[in-house]
Write a protein that binds this ligand. Structure first.
Ligand SMILES: CC(C)(COP(=O)(O)OP(=O)(O)OC[C@H]1O[C@@H](n2cnc3c(N)ncnc32)[C@H](O)[C@@H]1OP(=O)(O)O)[C@@H](O)C(=O)NCCC(=O)NCCS
Length: 120
């Protein structure tokens, strides 16, 4: 049975085995059989951006997270992700997760923040 707020981290490496990006997922729904997960953090080294690294990181790690849920007899209900309203990462989340903006929080950290959800 998954624990409440399990954290799963994955890294991307280049041909020299150097870490060039990472992603962190959080399982937020505890013991529920219909799981809600959050894409909590993702970043790619500046020199390696715009080459599809984040896209691959999301797609491959999400497949592993799905396996982990299946192993724990859970199914994926929703994916949450939030980002600054002006971050191009919004496009990334739309494309890779099918996430849509559901609300905007005014001036949360340093600017407006959007909460995006993909229902599976
Ligand atoms: C957001 C981030 C992880 C994207 O990583 P990346 O490896 O460059 O992303 P990809 O190459 O896989 O790009 C995927 C999509 O993101 C969007 N995107 C990425 N960079 C973009 C840019 N500079 N301008 C517009 N769209 C952009 C595009 O939709 C792109 O799709 P396309 O390749 O079909 O055009 C990276 O820019 C980063 O580390 N930023 C700093 C940290 C950050 O902001 N993290 C997210 C916080 S919530």
């Amino acid at each position: 049975m998954p624990h409440i707020h399990d954290i799963m981290m994955f890294v991307a490496r280049d041909e020299q085995d150097k870490v060039i990006g990472y992603i962190q997922w959080i399982h937020k729904s505890g013991f529920r059989k219909e799981a809600v997960i959050e894409l909590e953090q993702i970043a790619v080294l500046q020199a390696n951006q715009n080459q599809g690294v984040a896209t691959k990181l999301i797609e491959k790690s999400l497949a592993d997270v799905q396996l982990y849920l299946t192993d724990n007899s859970a199914t994926l209900k929703s994916i949450l992700v939030s980002t600054r309203a002006d971050n191009t990462a919004q496009e990334l989340y739309k494309k890779t997760l099918g996430a849509e903006v559901v609300l905007v929080v005014k001036d949360l950290y340093s600017a407006d923040e959007v909460l995006m959800i993909a229902n599976k």
